[in-house]
Write a protein that binds this ligand. Structure first.
Ligand SMILES: C[S@@+](CC[C@H](N)C(=O)[O-])C[C@H]1O[C@@H](n2cnc3c(N)ncnc32)[C@H](O)[C@@H]1O
Length: 380
């Protein structure tokens, strides 16, 4: 497959310059990083409206405020009030991948409505490396004043020093980190990293001589039957981000909602081309290298690798249920409290169905929660 340059000439020039400087090819992860995040040029730098009905893809956040409302419910009832560490004192909510700030707005509004006397305990921080996206968020969230703050990266923490006491959360962040792409060569019996070059006015795939990372080999009996060209992605950037967030957590939990799989679920015949996809106007583009800067690039999250990273940092996995199971559990808990859930209007019924239906966000999306200490809420 090859990729046409598309409609972002400045980004194409930037990618070509990087390829030239690197001697003719760059790893796909670097291509993806530039295509999505190059300041002023990358896909996520261009416009806030790439998410939602009029954009390139929908998320649970763009379905409407109900998603933030149910998350706020879980934060109040599950993560905070039942926790021995967080049941009193300040609670910080830290969101990454906030994009245009809509989820922050929905969560803060819901906490304002549902939190009672506890509201004053909550503050919100958005971790946002991009000044452009921070400006979109600040415009949307101005009415919350100093209850909301920003950091360019996860707040650092010295060993034994204070960290986040609260919930570090994200929706569709982990799938947006750059991934390495590795292709199985049955002849050579080895994994070959895929890079990107520029040839005849197009981006093209090339094989790189990189040695496969430690632990990347599969059991010998599996490699013996793996078909030529089987592709797997790997995202050290997502794993490092999670490990760093885990180190920053003093009390409470890390919660990530995303589409993804357990490690062994990647190794099935219908995923032989990997899970990396390019999206434009709600459709999958056939060519991953077509139109950099104009398409979203994303791959399924390896929940096994992410969960292991958190456990290495001393966190306990509280659960990784489907979004449907998670939200139904939250809904059930609201039914036990009189007035715990606003009335079902037709629009709210539709939103809940979209968030939980197996063919929408219900099954392929999962909610990974890891915390310091035992789970205060049954997430199995
Ligand atoms: C798929 S969008 C999801 C947006 C929003 N959370 C939603 O669900 O509608 C991914 C977002 O994560 C952001 N992102 C990627 N890497 C990030 C990082 N290291 N820190 C903070 N945000 C990041 C992207 O810029 C983009 O806005």
């Amino acid at each position: 497959m090859t990729g046409a340059p598309g409609e972002s000439p400045a980004l194409v020039d930037r990618l070509r310059a990087e390829i030239l400087a690197a001697g003719g090819a760059i790893p796909f992860a670097r291509y993806m990083d530039l295509a999505l995040y190059e300041p002023g040029l990358g896909y996520y730098e261009r416009a806030a409206r790439v998410v939602g009905r009029g954009g390139d893809f929908a998320t649970s956040v763009s379905v409407g405020p109900m998603f933030g409302e149910l998350l706020a419910r879980w934060i109040l009832d599950g993560a905070v009030s039942r926790s021995t560490e967080l049941s009193a004192g300040p609670v910080e909510l830290v969101e990454a991948g906030a994009h245009d700030g809509r989820l922050a707005e929905d969560i803060l509004d819901a906490i304002g409505r549902l939190g009672g006397a506890d509201v004053a305990r909550f503050s919100y921080r958005i971790v946002e490396p991009s000044p452009v996206r921070q400006a979109w968020q600040a415009a949307r969230l101005a009415r919350f004043g100093d209850r909301i703050r920003w950091s360019p990266s996860m707040p650092g923490r010295q060993p034994g020093g204070p960290g986040v006491r609260g919930v570090i959360l994200s929706n569709e962040l982990l799938d947006a980190f750059p991934v390495e792409r590795w292709r199985w060569s049955a002849d050579r019996r080895r994994w070959v990293e895929q890079g990107v070059t520029w040839r005849q006015d197009r981006f093209e795939w090339v094989c790189l001589p990189t040695a496969p990372p430690p632990g990347w080999a599969l059991p010998q009996e599996l490699e013996a039957v793996l078909p030529e060209g089987f592709v797997r992605e790997r995202s050290p950037a997502a794993v490092d981000w999670w490990a760093n967030a885990a180190r920053g957590l003093e009390a409470g939990c890390l919660l990530a909602i995303d589409y993804g799989l357990d490690a062994e679920e990647f190794l099935v015949p219908h995923r032989a081309e990997g899970t990396l996809r390019a999206y434009r106007r709600h459709r999958v583009s056939g060519d991953l290298l077509d139109s950099p800067g104009e398409v979203d690039l994303t791959a399924h999250v390896d929940f096994t690798a992410i969960a292991r990273a958190g456990e290495r940092e001393g966190l306990t996995t509280w659960g990784c249920p489907s979004q449907s199971r998670f939200l139904l559990g939250v809904l059930e808990s609201t039914q036990r409290v009189p007035g715990g859930f606003p009335e079902w209007t037709p629009a709210r019924v539709r939103a809940f169905q979209t968030l939980t239906h197996p063919e929408h966000f219900g099954r392929s999306f999962r909610v990974l929660v890891q915390g310091r200490g035992p789970t205060p809420w049954d997430l199995r």
